[in-house]
Design a protein around this ligand. Structure first.
Ligand code: FAD
Ligand code: SF4
Length: 494
């Protein structure tokens, strides 16, 4: 029988530090305790019965867990509120005048109003309040980092350290109203104006819906097979279960006047010049399709975390998705956490996120870092990758150098360590590529002024592809919506 490796305090053969360096003779596992699988508070990482592959199988293989474990591991987090819980949660709201939660919401939803509507037993009215500002309010209720937005600003968070559960209440209202078939917006009389939207992510969809409400005809082009952008291909599977992204899009299209054309890429099948000629206005919501490179030896053995997550989101069978036994994720943002946590939920035995700066500089919020720890993912900070080591194109380990932050930047301390890894994910940020000629850029993204106006007349942009994008779904929605209002005003001759 094979012995299970201990999850901490392993021998020096597992992972070693530079002789004589800060970690000399110390295994990094000794420094950070990882809870054993199956005993994780809040998250159930199931491992039962023996299979052809297990958590201990070396390499990158599918089916590390029993078939029944996947559904449980990828269940809704957190689960929805039932009507009684929603009433109780709504009753905690003080319905503040000048509510700070509204200011903290990028889409400025009237939060006290919708919570009062829930409290008075009218969740459909609450949903209408939410959708009036944020047409993807259902998805945002699931994926917004509310702990750094509305709930952080909630007065009850400051007073008691326990905010009103705004995100879960928003989900309660929008889910109830959608399930009841409510789409509370009708189109205005047709204007005869046509607008092209490129990119069917949150920015493009929000823009399209608002334009359609104003009576314009909208055609949304997207390079991929399905609409939704990162709602469909990027967000963590356990945040948006049960095909929610496509359901929400189908519901959004009920407004009418929107045609979605998939498999058509700007720069390959379409030109900006032709779109400007054929349509009255163009909105670009391209997101950030390319990923940054590590620039270290052995990089070819690493996988883009975003590609891995897209495969995970699209697979009909999570058990068929290969994952490493020892996974190392390089990066410190939401993508790094999502790749790490989901690798673990797929059955990776060890998952380590390594970030070059301190925890306080990580793009992933404190809440997300805690979520990673709860799932048994450890986070090592202050270390930069030096090389990925392996043979035959397969990774075996990653070498890191400890670094310190100094005014001139990150400086190696001279100490190094290696982590065993048969799968390495890079999650060090995305970038824009293939920007049509003639558009002015700022920091590698499409420069915009005011509500998304680009340097080209008749062309607007919003979401992650602009410098104003905050790499948040809700911000992309706000920018798409606001650009649509500006396009409408321009088309109406105001
Ligand atoms: C792994 C991951 C996890 C995330 N988790 C969260 C989260 O939990 N919460 C949160 O708030 N935010 C999260 N984000 C960020 C959030 O997903 C984005 O900020 C948001 O999706 C941006 O919306 P967008 O419409 O600007 O771009 P995208 O969602 O990227 O959509 C852009 C669309 O444009 C299309 N496109 C691109 N180029 C072309 C072209 N040339 N021609 C035609 N179509 C094109 C793409 O196919 C895509 O459909 C996450 C991001 C990632 C990568
Ligand atoms: S700040 Fe908190 S208590 Fe006040 S209105 Fe917003 S959710 Fe309610």
């Amino acid at each position: 029988m094979r012995r299970r490796r201990p999850l901490y305090a392993t021998g020096a053969d597992e992972e070693s530090a530079t002789p004589g360096g800060r970690g000399a003779g110390v295994n990094i596992y000794r420094l950070i305790k990882i809870p054993a699988c199956g005993s994780l508070p809040g998250i159930k990482v199931r491992q039962e019965a023996s299979l052809s592959n297990s958590q201990l199988t070396p390499g990158v293989v599918p089916g590390r867990l029993p078939a029944t474990a996947y559904a449980a591991n990828f269940a809704d987090v957190p689960p929805p509120l039932d009507p009684y819980e929603a009433r109780v949660a709504a009753d905690r709201c003080y319905f503040c005048h000048d509510a700070p939660c509204i200011t903290a919401c990028p889409t400025a939803i009237d939060i006290p109003l919708f919570i009062r509507q829930i409290a008075t037993g009218t969740p459909e009215a609450a949903a209408t309040t939410i959708w009036a500002q944020n047409i993807l309010g259902g998805m945002c209720a699931r994926v917004c980092p509310t702990e750094t937005l509305c709930e952080e600003a909630c007065v009850r968070e400051e007073a008691e350290g326990k905010p009103v559960e705004i995100g879960r209440l928003q989900r309660f209202a929008t889910d109830r109203a959608r399930a009841g078939g409510l789409h509370p917006f009708a189109r205005a009389a047709a204007t005869g104006r046509r607008v092209a939207v490129v990119g069917a992510g949150p920015a493009g969809l929000a823009c399209a819906h608002r334009l359609a409400r104003h009576g314009h005809d909208v055609t949304v082009f997207d390079a991929r097979e399905k609409p939704g952008g990162l709602n469909e291909y990027g967000l963590a599977a356990y945040k948006t279960t049960g095909g929610f992204a496509q359901d929400e899009i189908a519901w959004l299209l009920a407004v009418g006047g929107i045609t979605i054309v998939t498999g058509r890429a700007l720069g390959r099948d379409l030109t900006l010049e032709a779109l400007r000629r054929d349509f009255d206005a163009v909105f670009l919501g391209l997101g950030l399709a390319a990923t940054n490179a590590l620039g270290i030896p052995g990089e070819a053995m690493a996988t883009d975390a975003v590609d891995f997550i897209a495969r995970l989101r699209q697979t009909p069978d999570l058990a068929a998705l290969p994952v490493g036994r020892d996974v190392v994720v390089i990066g410190g943002g939401m993508t790094a956490v999502d790749a790490g946590v989901q690798s673990r939920l797929l059955g990776a035995e060890t998952v380590t996120i390594v970030y070059r700066r301190g925890r306080e500089r990580m793009g992933a919020s404190g809440h997300e870092q805690e979520h990673a720890a709860t799932a048994g993912v450890r986070i090592v900070t202050g270390a930069a990758p030096v090389a990925i080591l392996g043979e035959g194109g397969a990774a075996r380990a990653v070498e890191f150098a400890y670094v310190e932050e100094e005014p001139k930047g990150l400086v190696p301390t001279g100490e190094t360590f290696r982590l065993r890894a048969d799968q390495v994910f890079k999650a060090i940020g995305q970038r824009l590529e293939g920007v049509p000629a003639g558009l002015a850029l700022e920091g590698g993204r499409i420069r915009t002024e005011g509500p998304g106006r680009t340097s080209l007349a008749g062309v607007w942009a919003g979401g992650d592809c602009t410098p104003a994008g905050e790499d948040l779904t809700v911000t992309a929605v706000a920018q798409g919506r606001d650009a649509a209002e500006d396009i409408h005003a321009r088309l109406a001759g105001r």
